[in-house]
Design a protein around this ligand. Structure first.
Ligand code: GDP
Length: 457
């Protein structure tokens, strides 16, 4: 494989910048641009050591740097690899990369270092995918789930499932090789037993997706209510800063505002929408459509009612939207007098939903909304310590397919079909789950996965 180079730190100005080189000719490239303070034999330098010196172009010092040496196979890519830590100026890192390219390295594609770690067998595909998730993690829980996957939790589960299936394949082969022994019936019983164990494992992974999705993508919350109910004020209270525009004029919250907060380590993305009401005004109408749509897309709806007002047609529209949805009903403005009749009417309309009384303006009762979110999504029960959780849609699809295939195989095994027929079906399951670890995945999929990486990773 060629020798590649890229800037691994984020673009912009920083304390340090890192330029990474990997491949057979790493030390040839480095030798041409790096002048260590103390003379060294580049090929003889030990892995995991750091050398101090200068990056030089035609006798001119470009920067003062530290170079970390990694020797094959003990590196991120398993190839000879070095990381040049320079000062973090845009010009300097760009210049050093340019010198690498001038002296024999090729510009790495996004994710190419990680792709090499995968192609060279140091990590499997699910671990490589975990690398992006660790980089993108915004909360502690998300990061923990990704680290678990990077450490190989999912790979182990898949390997165990594969081993179970392989044990059936071995039985099948014995049976095919020695047809004179009538062992088919016993084998079928055993096969069903093993396939049922496989099913349990796969279903457990499948069920973990709901948690995985919450941990990774968070909970999307739509904040809806008629104009002046107090949506912007509530959003402000939640964010504890004046980011949304609060005003007395109806329908000014025309654009949807999205903000993220963290509840028990889970990202909560709040969408503040324009009031839902019937109007002919064009811009308003766009806002209303968006409101309905964002309510549809949300995992949770917070419906806010003006506690001092009467229940209007607009409120009934909102009640209709939230009926049969995961939602929290909020009665706002408890600092002024609450209309008890309104409260009773809402209770009657939404008998199974907790009504939370707050004052967005005076910051009263807001924490009860968080508690209700915790209850509704059982956030307290999310424990990531020893759990394997899938959060990747690609993995979910594969596991769902594998479950289907396993069920079908159990069915045909029950019909006492010849074992070689069953073996063909088991092979299909093996191929399907092999897509998670990357053993049976197409080049296009691999390309697509790594194209989502950043440069230099
Ligand atoms: P939105 O149209 O639903 O976004 O409502 P706003 O947040 O813009 O609030 C409309 C009006 O109600 C503003 O004048 C707010 O100051 C007022 N308001 C909001 N929450 C409260 C509250 O808890 N108590 C009182 N007294 N007024 C509030």
């Amino acid at each position: 494989m060629s020798t590649i180079a890229a800037i691994s730190t984020a673009p912009g100005i920083g304390g340090i910048g890192i330029i990474r080189i990997s491949g057979e000719n790493t030390y040839n490239v480095l030798e041409k641009i790096f002048k260590p303070k103390q003379e060294i034999d580049f090929e003889q330098v030990k892995g995991y050591s750091i050398k101090y010196g200068h990056i030089i172009e035609e006798q001119k010092i470009i920067d003062e740097v530290l170079v970390s040496f990694f020797k094959a196979p003990n590196s991120y890519t398993t190839e000879d690899l070095c990381e040049i830590s320079s000062h973090g100026g845009t010009y300097v890192v760009g210049k050093i990369l340019e010198l690498c390219l001038k002296n024999g390295a090729e510009l790495a594609e996004p994710g190419e270092f990680t792709k090499r770690a995968f192609l060279n067998g140091r990590i499997d595909l699910s671990q490589a995918e975990a690398v992006i998730d660790v980089i993108n993690a915004k909360t502690e829980k998300e990061s923990k789930a990704s680290i678990n996957q990077l450490e190989g939790n999912l790979s182990t589960e898949i390997r165990e499932t594969r081993d179970l299936l392989m044990s059936v394949m071995v039985e099948a082969e014995v049976s095919i090789d020695y047809p004179e022994y009538d062992i088919e019936e016993i084998t079928n019983k055993k096969t069903i037993n093993i396939l049922e164990q496989v099913l349990v494992k796969l279903e457990k992974l499948m069920n973990s997706f709901e948690t995985g999705k919450i941990v990774k993508d968070g909970i999307k919350v739509a904040l809806i209510g008629k104009p002046n109910a107090g949506k912007s004020s509530l959003l402000n209270a939640i964010l504890k800063e004046e980011r949304a525009i609060v005003t007395d004029i109806e329908g000014t919250t025309r654009d949807i505002i999205e903000e993220s907060i963290s509840v028990r380590g889970i990202p909560i993305c709040i969408i503040d929408t324009a009031g839902i009401r019937n109007t002919n005004e064009k811009v308003e109408q766009i806002g209303i459509e968006r409101s309905r749509k964002s309510a549809e897309e949300a995992d949770l709806i917070i419906a806010i009612f003006d506690g001092g007002d009467n229940l209007t047609n607009e409120d009934y529209d909102i009640i209709n939207i939230i009926k049969n949805r995961k939602c929290i009903a909020v009665l706002n403005k408890i600092d002024i007098k609450i209309n008890e009749e309104l409260k009773n009417k809402i209770k009657k309309q939404l008998p199974n939903i907790n009504i939370i009384e707050i004052s967005a303006k005076e910051n009263i009762g807001i924490e009860n909304i968080y508690k209700e979110i915790e209850n509704l999504f059982k956030l307290n029960e999310i424990k990531l310590d020893n759990e394997t959780i899938i959060s990747n849609v690609r993995h979910k699809t594969i596991i769902s397919n594998a479950i289907e295939l396993t069920r079908r195989t159990i069915e045909i095994t029950n019909q006492n079909l010849p074992i070689d027929m069953i073996a063909i079906h088991i092979k299909e399951i093996l191929e399907e789950i092999g897509k998670i670890t990357g053993e049976t995945v197409s080049d296009e999929i691999i390309k697509e996965i790594f194209s989502k990486f950043c440069l230099g990773k």
